[in-house]
Design a protein around this ligand. Structure first.
Ligand SMILES: NC(=O)c1ccc[n+]([C@@H]2O[C@H](COP(=O)([O-])OP(=O)(O)OC[C@H]3O[C@@H](n4cnc5c(N)ncnc54)[C@H](O)[C@@H]3O)[C@@H](O)[C@H]2O)c1
Length: 396
């Protein structure tokens, strides 16, 4: 079977990045339940307000067809990528995988028999279980490592490509060919095949390691604040050890975004039968960090506290699980007045209680101090009002 037509279910960061990158070589159909996204895609517009995607849709005009009909999307396709949300269900204490289970059922009933690659992040053991339930389907898991704000570049320069599935499955090479076609020709990429449960664990442990690293340097930074020491000097000295390395060591308001918070919590759930203390502590450390910083700001007795941007990273289109959201809550508990500057918000208030400013200058003039997780976007004339822990001006 030659792969020519590819269906991508879900046009969020993961699905859209794949669609744009693969559209140079393959005929791509996107299926999404969000009609606005489908309409935008069919008009040749980016459904995400993210700098990289906006630029690609403006300059490269990727050829993508979109539909909200799953039946239509499954016709004539040889390969389906599932890229839908797997949100963490706080009540159940694990990922909500019902969307994916429903889609597998639809694909099975359609009798279209495509190869299925799940890119959504999964609990360990999910694909193995589904392959037993849907014996007519061939389901593979391929962990996705892209980052919001650099999603297309990350597809073009993937750190590794991993396929997880049954050892009797004999079509791994075909899927590697498809995924490798997205990468820049000169870029070398490691490919690996393993069981689906191992691949699921790779994704959760990778993100949990990153969360741990953020939490570690944030604890170092909190220690420095508490003891009136220079966090920069300590981090520089620690990072000179090549085993530790001079990267991903910039303090912040806490890890956040869509993936790290939920993936660490899922790994806690998956680790409950094995000896594990560290992973739980990472989640607790991150909460402690936000509470500590809110307390530090509150101590300064400023009247009006501004929040400059609620996104986690420059260029991102959303502020899902952004660390500043918890800091706002903690400041609220301390009865502090908070106002916000966030161009992604249309309303004049956030949650009906925090004033949202449209005009950046009026915002800055109305604040006594302004919290900003990253200072890259702050106009120089307002830097003296900023409270940040962004020491190195990087997210790498
Ligand atoms: N965002 C990231 O940086 C990132 C990185 C790696 C892995 N992941 C994982 O990939 C998955 C998707 O993440 P995302 O950020 O792209 O999500 P997203 O929320 O940005 O997009 C998901 C899309 O799926 C669509 N959708 C929901 N239900 C659907 C259905 N039944 N049929 C068709 N479309 C449906 C939504 O409308 C939305 O457009 C998640 O499991 C996430 O953990 C995300």
């Amino acid at each position: 079977m030659n792969i020519e037509n590819i269906t991508i279910i879900g046009s969020g960061y993961v699905g859209l990045a794949l669609a744009v990158s693969l559209s140079k070589k393959y005929s791509i159909c996107i299926n999404d339940i969000d009609e606005e996204k489908v309409n935008k895609l069919n008009q040749g517009l980016s459904p995400l307000d993210d700098d990289e995607f906006l630029e690609q849709f403006k300059n490269s005009n990727p050829k993508i067809i979109a539909t909200n009909s799953i039946e239509k999307a499954l016709k004539k396709t040889q390969l389906v990528f599932i890229c839908v949300p797997t949100n963490f269900d706080e009540k159940a204490g694990c990922f909500d995988t019902t969307i994916i289970e429903g889609l597998l059922d639809e694909i099975s009933r359609s009798k279209s028999n495509p190869l299925i690659v799940i890119k959504s992040t999964l609990p360990v053991g999910f694909v193995e279980k589904q392959n037993k339930i849907f014996q007519d389907l061939q389901i593979i898991f391929s962990p996705e490592f892209l980052r919001e704000g650099s999603a297309i570049s990350d597809c073009e320069e993937p750190s590794r490509i991993i396929l997880g599935g049954d050892s009797s499955f004999n079509q791994y090479e075909k899927i590697f060919d498809v995924l490798l076609s997205a990468k820049k020709s000169k870029f070398d990429t490691t490919t690996r095949v393993m069981s689906s449960s191992e691949a699921e664990a790779v994704k959760l442990f990778s993100n949990t390691y990153l969360a741990m690293r953020v939490a570690f340097f944030n604890e170092l930074d909190s220690f420095s604040i508490q003891n009136s020491l220079s966090a920069k000097n300590i981090i520089d000295g620690v990072s000179d050890d090549q085993r530790i390395g001079d990267h991903y060591n910039n303090p912040s308001f806490g890890y956040g975004g869509y993936c790290l918070p939920k993936d660490t919590k899922q790994l806690i759930s998956d680790s409950k039968d094995s000896p594990s203390k560290l992973i739980t502590s990472i989640v607790e450390s991150n909460q402690e960090r936000k509470k500590f910083l809110a307390g530090e700001v509150a101590k300064k007795e400023f009247k009006t506290i501004g929040v400059h941007r609620m996104i986690m990273k420059k260029g991102s289109s959303n502020f899902r699980e952004s660390s500043i959201l918890d800091i706002i809550n903690f400041l609220d508990e301390l009865n502090k007045e908070v106002i916000i500057y966030e161009p992604l918000l249309d309303d004049s208030t956030y949650l009906g209680k925090y004033t949202v400013f449209e005009d950046q200058d009026i915002f800055f003039q109305s604040c006594d101090i302004v919290l900003s997780n990253r200072i890259e976007e702050i106009p120089e004339k307002y830097l003296n009002k900023i409270y940040t822990r962004d020491i190195f001006n990087t997210d790498r």
